[in-house]
Design a protein around this ligand. Sequence first.
Ligand code: F6P
Length: 272
Amino acid sequence: MESRSVANIIQRGGTILKTSRCKEFFTPAGRKKAYNNIKKHGIDGLVIIGGDGSFKGAQIFSNEYDIPCIGLPGTIDKDIAGTDFTIGFDTAVNTAVEAIDKIRDTADAHDRLFVIEVMGRDAGYIALHSGIATGAENILIPEKKTDIEDIVVQLAEKERRKKLMNIIVVAEGDEFGGGNEVAKVIKERLPLLEVRVSILGHIQRGGSPSCFDRLIASRMGYSAVECLIQGKYNVFVGIVNNRMHYMPLNEAVKKKQRISDEWMKIVKILAS
Ligand code: F6P
């Protein structure tokens, strides 16, 4: 890669390298093939942008072969420890917020209950942030036990008053198993209630990156190259308290970012 290789891409989503999950890389033969390709193309360092799985792969690879690896947090799930931000999260949340705002218009006009499922695998960050930012009436995340009885009571009262406009944002990894399942539970309890489910899906994974994501990606990318130049290998680069934060790649694999107590309190008060 030269500086020219990355010209005119900062505004684009996706990958120009066409990197993606690769089953072959799980096998020693696959990793050997990767190493041979690396040598063939004169690549002398790897910057791995990804999450848990990518870092595990990098760690195994750098143990087997003499190739310096630097890990950068890149996931819309924001579930990596050792950094306050992950590349892609802000863009995904903004996409979710835009979509939920649009759905709210129908919810308001038709006075309807919407259950909206967002991504995040087994983490609730996208649901938490998009739910708070759109004023969702309820936010269901895997990190917090849901009092479904309480939600049913609230909805029954709204049904009685004929004021049904209600947005429930559900993380796909919540305890019920996502939006359809939550809607099913509500329908069982309140059969006359009209419930609409919207699964936002892969629109959250693509599109032009937000300004914030472009800035953190540039900042982390710069630091990754600095690490390679200074010979700091097998390091994870994050941002903590607005400063660059470095830790061994193998530690980054072990830890998961947890939702802070402060956010847990806020979500309890604003949307429970
Ligand atoms: O880890 C990122 C993520 O978008 C998750 O939020 C989601 O569960 C998963 O990937 C979707 O993966 P796939 O594209 O393989 O369906």
